[in-house]
Design a protein around this ligand. Structure first.
Ligand code: AMP
Length: 544
């Protein structure tokens, strides 16, 4: 027997309609590429998204055709989120930090028809447009008077004149909720990148789940700053959850340095911010020497790579800001787990609470997870056994765009490529990426643990641990370290520092290499493959 409730598809257009109707005067503040601050409301987002949908109709864009963006976090990008997907087209957000050749490849693979870009990315577009034959229309996200006369890009129009020509009335189509809504290519550390293709249903369910109290905990009373880019897995779904809760949104545009982010947080009463550890490193690096404090910020969600313990303590102890450690991936829309304590943990002493806070957290309803050993058998949830982490759920990929790479699932589960433990309370902790784990004498060493210890040293800005070939042990850990500006620490001091920490003697790195910078990928994650390449002539002490 079927239930007798109404069938209303879960559509992205319903999110913006809701924000319009119930939070119409809620503010959206953006630092623009132009350098100034722009303000308007959810009502304006809705009206301009409708104009944009009309403009896409005017281009005769068929349902499902792709509209690409190369843009920072800002209000025009937000309108593209709703206008493109809401009208039945697919929003393809492109990471501008990729190599232009890779961008051209992605545009061709996605068969993008329209490409909208911030003016700061004009040089990229000038470099790639001739290699993007699928693109029929190039749109610069600016006013008409900011369009360069001689860009060399055929038919380039300004976004403002493009949508101004349209009325703001539009009837959002009633799509099947499984219709594709947006796509994002994975970082592609090996081989060509592959695209996750999200649907209206997966995006809306993810938006609901993300807003829950033990997940992102968003409400109409929050002022939310997504520093995590809108070109990286939909800014962790925050634009959608923001429309669903009606919170104020604050966009940083291109200014991601510590000073600019701090000033925006203070000026806009930001209560909640989200980003990868690297950006928070820059923020704290700006605040500490100047003795600055936050007046309203009380929560920050940190994910994308492991959050170092020193960062959790700095936010909590020095600034009274609760850190929510999150884990996910492009293939998961991206949220998988988030770390908040259970009631029974609240009475624990701070050091024990910290041990839990460092974990990547508990699964969100909608995400199932398991760890499996080399023999493919499921491992116990005892916080000790570690194995390959598998997930499944309604916002986890079933297949990549165009079937690239074949069937990624194993018995219906998606292998994340992460190695993890899960404890009896369901808290998952990543110990490594399967390819980054260091095998020494048949025992695994977590590169994350080794990095976290180095990062806890006051003179260390960044640390990356890799395994180097060893004739006896197979591999031994070596840690590459970037010192903080003006700070000094010697190799021996750092190695002694490990002896004061809870790490087995055999897990202490064999060497410390001081470097000017750790190679970072397009999404700000450490590129260990590149670091290994840079160290190809390196030999461990005592080996030849
Ligand atoms: P991406 O698809 O680019 O977002 O990368 C996803 C990968 O980033 C995951 O599979 C993890 O390896 C890593 N990652 C994301 N969040 C965390 C975290 N909180 N701690 C450790 N690794 C993380």
């Amino acid at each position: 027997m079927l239930g007798l409730m109404q069938h209303q598809p879960l559509l992205i257009s319903t999110l913006i309609e809701f924000a319009d109707r119930h939070h119409g005067d809620g503010e959206i503040v953006s630092r623009r590429v132009e350098g100034d601050i722009h303000r308007y409301t959810w009502r304006d987002v809705a009206a301009r998204s409708r104009r944009l949908a009309r403009a896409l109709d005017g281009e005769k864009l068929a349902p499902g055709e792709r509209v690409a963006t190369i843009a920072w976090n800002g209000y025009r990008h937000l309108e593209l989120y709703f206008g493109v997907s809401g009208s039945g087209r697919v929003l393809h957000t492109i990471n501008p930090r990729l190599h232009p050749e890779q961008i051209a490849w992605i545009v061709g693979h996605a068969e993008d028809r329209v490409l909208c870009f911030d003016m700061s990315f004009l040089p990229i577009v000038q470099a790639v447009h001739a290699k993007c034959p699928t693109v029929r229309k190039w749109v610069a996200l600016c006013d008409a008077d900011k369009l360069p006369a001689d860009s060399g890009i055929p038919g380039l129009v300004s976004y403002e004149s493009w949508i101004a020509a349209q009325p703001d009335s539009y009837h959002w189509p009633e799509l099947d909720e499984n219709t594709a809504s947006s796509m994002c290519y994975t970082s592609g550390t090996t081989g060509n990148p592959k695209a996750a293709l999200y649907s209206h249903r997966s995006t809306t369910l993810h938006a609901y789940a993300a807003a829950l109290p033990d997940v992102m905990n968003l409400s109409a009373r929050d002022s939310v700053l997504p520093v995590v880019p809108m070109f990286h897995v939909n800014a962790w779904g925050i634009p959608y959850s923001a429309a669903l809760t009606g919170c104020k949104l604050v966009f940083p545009g291109p200014a991601l340095d510590g000073k600019s982010v701090y000033e925006l947080i203070e000026a806009e009463g930001v209560t909640y911010a989200a980003g990868v550890p690297t950006v928070w490193q820059m923020l704290l690096g700006h605040m500490k020497p100047a003795g600055l404090k936050f007046s309203k910020l009380n929560r920050t969600v940190i994910g994308g790579s492991a959050c170092p313990p020193a960062m959790i303590s700095a936010f909590q102890d020095d600034y009274g800001v609760q850190v929510l450690h999150a884990w996910g991936m492009t293939e998961m829309s991206p949220l998988g787990t988030l770390c908040t304590l259970k009631n029974k943990h609240l009475a624990l002493p701070p050091e024990q609470q910290m041990k839990i806070r460092l974990k990547q957290g508990r699964a969100i309803y909608g995400v199932d997870m398991k760890i499996v050993g080399d023999d493919g058998k499921e491992l116990p949830w005892d916080g000790k056994a570690f194995g390959d982490l598998y997930v499944k759920g309604p916002w986890v990929v079933r297949e990549y765009f165009k079937g690239e790479g074949g069937d990624p699932l194993v018995d219906g589960w998606f292998p994340t490529g992460d190695v993890a433990t899960i404890d009896a309370d369901g808290y998952m902790q990543i110990t490594d990426r399967s390819k980054d784990v260091i095998k020494s004498g048949g025992e695994w060493i977590s590169s994350i643990d080794i990095e976290n210890i180095a990062m806890a040293h006051p003179a260390v800005a960044m640390a990356a641990c890799v395994g180097m070939p060893h004739p006896k042990w197979d591999e031994r850990p070596v840690v590459a370290v970037v010192k903080k500006p003006g700070a000094e620490v010697s190799k021996d001091e750092l190695l002694d520092f490990y002896k004061t920490k809870t790490v087995a003697k055999w897990q202490v790195p064999d060497d410390v290499i001081f470097v000017d910078a750790i190679p970072l990928g397009a999404t700000g994650k450490m590129l260990k493959t590149k670091l290994r390449e840079q160290l190809k002539d390196y030999r461990l002490p005592g080996t030849s």
